[in-house]
Design a binder for this molecule. Structure first.
Ligand code: CP3
Length: 337
């Protein structure tokens, strides 16, 4: 088993810098687009054979050092009673946003794997096939709450911020419910065989440091303490969250993901010795190869001096040429040795 990724998560030395990509399974792949002509996104996720095929393909094609379970952060909200669809080019959209005490009271806790049986089946299948580690994941409570409250993607998170300021009790209940779900859902994944868990708190960077510390961090701290009992590395990723780095650094996470706006060298000084993951601008992959190589070399240089897992600063864009991704993996493995 290729254990570069897991070693780097634990802060151990590696033969070269490990690399994988957020959204490494997706529309930039011709094979994925073909499958999507026949199946909806949620059909691919719900069918363990298709899920396994889509999850393992980038490992075979790109030579990355880890796979990430093909799923979506919205998936475990279904069995909690949330009705949503995933709209192409937009993201998750809810039938009805969650705004009142009654709305939140209707959220059901997960009941074992009920409504999620396909998850452990897919994970077992993937682990049998793969010779690289499999990353499981969940949305983090704040980011999930933002989708529930806004009813979809948002630019300013007005309704979410209003709830956390004006209705602290309601906010606390929602964050508690979501934290419980994340712990249960991560447990299902680890018991089925995933080797690490990444928490996607994609939109937490929308908060000031003060609001993050007051309204989000306490839940993350308890959640991470709970997840530590699973004995797998815990990774955390958020976009535009450089201003939260010192605050994140005192949560016992193994790896902190960084977006492209923040140089890794500076983040390292503020990250308390944690392994960092990132952070090539995904748009750079649309540039000529020389630019990609220059930018990747700079990310590698910035990543030196501590644990580093090479990744993009956010997900692979659909317009990316897979040839560039393959070359990038080889470049990282060669330069990072
Ligand atoms: O390869 C992988 O990264 C694993 C699969 C994965 C998906 N979603 C599949 C998917 C992962 C890890 C996610 C997490 C996810 N989903 C996040 C956190 C990571 C991030 O991007 O910040 C968020 C915010 C979501 C919500 C969501 N789902 C969005 C914003 C979108 C994009 C909408 C669009 O059309 O651009 C989705 C849909 C989605 N989830 C796709 C994929 C591959 C798009 C492709 C498709 O429609 O087939």
């Amino acid at each position: 088993m290729n254990d570069r990724f897991l070693k780097a998560c634990r802060g151990e030395p590696t033969d070269t810098v490990p690399v994988w990509f957020m959204r490494q399974a997706g529309r930039y792949q011709a094979e994925y687009r073909m499958l999507r002509q026949r199946y909806e996104l949620l059909d691919l996720i719900h069918d363990p054979d298709l899920c396994c095929q889509v999850t393992t393909l980038p490992v075979e094609q790109l030579g990355v050092d880890a796979a990430i379970l093909f799923s979506d952060i919205m998936v475990p909200l279904g069995p909690m009673g949330v009705s949503y669809r995933i709209q192409e080019g937009v993201g998750p959209v809810l039938e009805r946003p969650f705004r009142t005490a009654d709305d939140i009271a209707q959220l059901r806790p997960l009941n074992g794997t009920q409504g999620l049986d396909f998850v452990p089946v897919a994970i077992q299948k993937i682990c049998q096939q793969l010779s690289a580690p499999l990353i499981g994941f969940s949305g983090a409570p704040f980011t999930l709450a933002s989708y529930l409250i806004e009813g979809g993607p948002s630019r300013l998170y007005v309704a979410t911020k209003r709830m956390l300021w004006a209705e602290p009790k309601l906010w606390a209940r929602l964050m508690d419910r979501l934290s419980e779900m994340v712990a249960a859902y991560a447990t299902i994944q680890v018991q089925a065989g995933v080797h690490a868990i990444q928490l996607f708190d994609s939109w937490a960077g929308a908060l000031s440091r003060q609001d993050f510390d007051r309204a989000v961090k306490p839940y993350l701290v308890s959640l991470v303490q709970e997840l530590m009992r699973l004995h797998v590395p815990l990774l955390y990723f958020s976009v535009g969250a450089g201003h939260l780095m010192e605050s994140l650094a005192d949560i016992p996470l193994d790896v902190i993901g960084v977006d492209w706006r923040h140089p890794l060298g500076e983040m390292r000084r503020r990250a308390g010795g944690r392994t960092l993951q990132g952070n090539l601008d995904p748009v750079v992959l649309l540039a000529p190869w020389e630019t990609i190589e220059d930018s990747a070399a700079e990310v590698l240089r910035q990543g030196q001096g501590g644990g580093h897992i090479f990744n993009l600063g956010h997900g692979v864009l659909p317009a990316t040429d897979p040839v560039n991704l393959r070359r990038l993996v080889d470049f990282v493995h060669h330069q990072g040795a």
